[in-house]
Design a binder for this molecule. Sequence first.
Ligand code: SF4
Ligand code: SF4
Length: 193
Amino acid sequence: MAKRTAGERVIKDEEPRVYFNCSKCPAYCCSIYERVKVTKRDIARLAKHFGVSEEMARRRYTHDHDGERVLNRVKDAIFPETCAFLDQRTRGCTVYLARPGVCRGYPGRSRCAYYDVLQFERRQQDDENVVPVVTITFRPVHEEEHSDADSTETIEVWGEEDKTADAVKDPAPIFAAEDRAAERLPRGKRPRR
Ligand code: SF4
Ligand code: SF4
């Protein structure tokens, strides 16, 4: 899950989500980010929720990932992986009241890009139950100058390994959407965030 950045507004639980509805979403935010960072306070909240010591909560529900403490993940029914606390049938958070701070703040603005993608594809496919399976990969991008006899232009080059001419012509997509018309999700999920 993305970190909250300065200036983002946390939408309080009781505030209406005007432009997105977590209860009608397969929980992209719980699934496509490989890490949900937890603080000591988050671990203490989980420990209280489960009635265990903070050390036990830390060991049982989190692990180290590149020097950060993050929530555990499991294989998912829709995405390759998801948060261990996601109910994979209802797509709701099973520790909603004890969820970490980053989950409370997400998406930190009035729109959720993933909910927009979901709605967009449902309209495109004319199917209210289709689920575009979105993955996100973060790659470095840098600019290179390319010249021919007529001109010089600056283009963005995507990723260290993609410097070949073919890769420049056909850069790897940030969003790889795959429509799975068969995915039908239950209604009435508990709202998250
Ligand atoms: S914040 Fe966005 S991606 Fe996450 S559950 Fe809500 S609508 Fe879906
Ligand atoms: S909202 Fe719940 S299920 Fe989703 S990432 Fe946070 S703790 Fe996990």
